[in-house]
Design a protein around this ligand. Structure first.
Ligand code: R5P
Length: 273
């Protein structure tokens, strides 16, 4: 692996080769529109940016809502082409050129792969081509094992297959979901795994428990969105997650940061996802 790619990975995993990462996902608008509490991405992001090891977003939100002076590494979503208004979310293509990713000085690019979905083939070819371009540019590629609207797909057998296929095609890291038997997903995937949070859980504690279990079973971090910025206390939630991911905190220990929480993201009456 060339120095540029190693440097980009190291910036996202500040603890070194065995370190973990806390990525903040704010890319939901690319297919869900102005998601609840992410309507004004700039306002949502501003207090959270200093506490994230990386932010995951599209070029539109990066250019409009993140100050160029930011030093937080960027994971740029480069796939899209479908929205929640259609049933088949797997009909995606690559929407952002690698040269634009390089121009934006990103630390990685990310795309969804839809294993078992109508456009499985296209999404896997997209991944393979993106890896070729990423290798040439020195930019790591993160594959996201997307399930579209079929959240029930998130079981160990399916996710292990999707993660392994992604790694076999050259993904440098994989974002997936936590599930029962997650250790099987980790065991079969030779590249670092980070976990998404999925739709907002019933409590902040549940999201901390998810992160704790994922790290205990071998995840190298989280790439979480709604369970952070849809929380009533997003900054405290992100800081609590950091203690779990980086400091081996217990859930009870992390919850202490939510006892005297800071900040609340403004609420607007829009689509809940
Ligand atoms: C889908 O919108 C994206 O891949 C998200 O970045 C991913 O699902 C993580 O966000 P959340 O924790 O809200 O699921």
């Amino acid at each position: 692996m060339d120095w540029g790619m190693r440097n980009r990975l190291a910036r996202m995993f500040p603890g070194g080769d065995d370190g973990n990462t806390v990525m903040l996902a704010v890319d939901h608008g690319y297919f869900m529109g102005p998601t609840h509490r992410l309507e004004d991405a700039r306002a949502t992001l501003a207090p959270l940016l200093p506490h994230a090891d990386a932010i995951a977003l599209t070029r539109g939100i990066l250019r409009t809502s993140v100050p160029p002076s930011s030093t937080t590494p960027v994971v740029l979503r480069v796939s899209g082409g479908a929205t929640v208004l259609k049933d088949d979310l797997s009909h995606e293509t690559i929407t952002t050129a690698m040269r634009d990713a390089a121009r934006l000085n990103v630390s990685a690019v990310a795309l969804s792969v839809f294993v078992g979905a109508p456009h499985e083939h296209e999404s896997l070819v997209n991944l393979s081509r993106l890896v070729d371009e990423g290798e040439e540019a020195g930019i790591p590629v993160m594959a996201i094992t997307a399930v579209g609207k079929e959240l029930e797909k998130r079981d160990a057998r399916y996710l292990a297959l999707a993660c392994r296929v992604s790694a076999e095609l050259g993904a440098h890291l994989v974002k997936t979901y936590y599930c029962d038997g997650f250790e099987k997903v980790v065991e079969g995937c030779p590249v670092p795994l980070v976990v998404a949070g999925g739709p907002k859980l019933d409590s902040d504690r549940s999201a901390l428990e998810l992160a704790h279990s994922a790290i205990a079973k071998g995840a190298r971090g989280i790439d979480m969105g709604r369970n952070i910025w849809q929380s009533d206390h997003p900054v405290a939630m992100l800081r609590a997650l950091r203690t779990i991911v980086h400091d081996q905190a217990t859930v009870a220990g992390a919850m202490k940061l939510l006892e005297r929480p800071e900040g609340r993201t403004p609420t607007a009456p829009t689509l809940r996802a």
